[in-house]
Write a protein that binds this ligand. Sequence first.
Ligand code: GP9
Ligand code: MN
Length: 631
Amino acid sequence: MKSIKWPKHSFMILAIVATWIKTVIVYHTSFDMKIENAMQQFILFINPLSFLLFAYGLALFFKSSKAKNRYIITVSVLLSIVLYGNVAFYRFYNDFITLPVLFQTSNFSDLGTSISAIVNPWDVLYFIDVLILILANKYWPRMKTIVKVNVEFRRAYFVLAVAMTFLNLGLAEIERPQLLTRSFDRELLVKNIGTYNYHLYDIYIQSKSSAQRALADGSELVEVNNYIRSNQAAVNPEMFGKYKDRNLIVVSMESLQNFVINNQMDGHEITPFLNSLTKDKDTFYFSNFYHQTGLGKTSDSEFIVENSLFGLGRGAVFFTHGGNTYNSMAERLGENGYYTNVMHPNNKSFWNRDMMYQSLKVDKFYDVDSYKVNEGEAVNWGMKDTPFLEQSAALMKDMPQPFYSRLITLTNHYPFTLDPEDVMIPEYTSNSGTLNRYFQTVRYMDEALKDFFQSLKDQGVYDNSIIVMYGDHYGISENHNKAMAQYLGKESITPFDNAILQEVPLFIHIPGAGDGKEMTEVSGQMDLRPTILHLLGIETSKDMQLGADLFSPEHEDFVIFRDGRFVTDKYVYAGEACYDKATGEEIDGEPCQPYADRATTDLENSDAIINGDLLRFYDEKTGNLKQEAVE
Ligand code: GP9
Ligand code: MN
């Protein structure tokens, strides 16, 4: 029988096709990318190709068939690792990997039980192309034939690869203008240029950002400073300094969204204690308050609260810019006689906290080593909230006063698991185990917070303190939209709904205040720094901060998200569309435009400060450039 005539370079072609098809299947099965039209579908289909043509095409430079095949298999292994790494990361963070996150290996080793929720045996299928290539190389003699590559063929091949790249970029530009210059969103990048090219792009951006710092000088700060000065909200004289010298206790409530507050799940109250605070005369409850975090999650929220600046659109600023100069809330309080500390029973290097807290001038970090984790007191990510908060209150008793303690809870964290003895309400029933369990861990945290208030009283630090509690970021990602829609009794979750779901609760509890109430201004985490410092009688008019005092009559109903979405009292901008806030209906974009421009300016100014490490040139005493920077 005459054997079939296989084209030359069959092994390379097999590799390209296998990895290409696998990548496209993975796009559809493992990532939740919103595809709106046939063009987007087509771009998604072709986008792995340009990179694969180059990566595998280098095989054409190898002389021996053995070396060539070995090279091809190696490339397939590396690309599979990259793709699978993204899949695993996505399951957890609902986002694609960016370079700086890879350097935080300590974070990955700490994931603990989360890893088992993320990885499963079927994942070997992500390496199927490698397997095919190994088998073909071994058992398919044709694959070993030595093929001499002539120069013309090679040239033609790379011309094709370049053409493919331009076709891809061209279509992407039509579909999403300015994609590569704006790049707020990793998903858009992956959708348009493919996961492999996205990583090349990411490497380029990261190296650019280290260059940016080297190139920045004080002059950039002048413009940013003027902008910030002209947008300052005046203090409210009735509130300014009203609680001077009180201790400050700030609690970051892990993954707590506002939709559970004053709500029920199958007839069970989810947050009875927090609900009681919403009606409490010593508490200001902010019901239109939003998180403003990005990929840095908890660490971004910490960054925002401390600095009243945004985290970055790429990576976690705690990692990428942990060595910058900042003018944090901790530093400001420290200058005013406060003993400043962060309490979080986790490994100190997680999110690079140990490094970053030095830059933020936090006096002491009570990490896991400061706690006694007894048997049965660890679940999921580490120490349970109840013993953590109880021991923290005991530690506060011995702190020099006034103190500023920032506490970060942990139990209400994905994958939202509890020991049976801590379960207080049943699971919800939907297609999302994550959402089903979420209600239970939220209920647990609520109880832990109630006990914490009691511990503060028992330790005698309650009366002379202000207790601020806020949700750090969302807990339920868009991956669970279907279950969320079911719970909220909606047909589906629109981009509008999703923006509103970024609301997190904020409580400012002031023992003895008496004038607490629900506050409805549209606001965000950025506003905490000026609000808190003003209550404690500390001036911030010269600080480089983007937020505004929540008690100021000039506070504007306007909150900007890290990804460029925003919410005002009238409009919501999400998914590149403008919505009427009252009805949730999409409207003409015109009324959103001025806000969109300001959102861009705010984000750009914040990025400029961080990327250029500009605060190293700033003298916050005078509100001017440092003398050295001017010279
Ligand atoms: C880790 C904790 C959780 O120490 O703060 O971090 P997150 O995953 O929510 O960013
Ligand atoms: Mn968190």
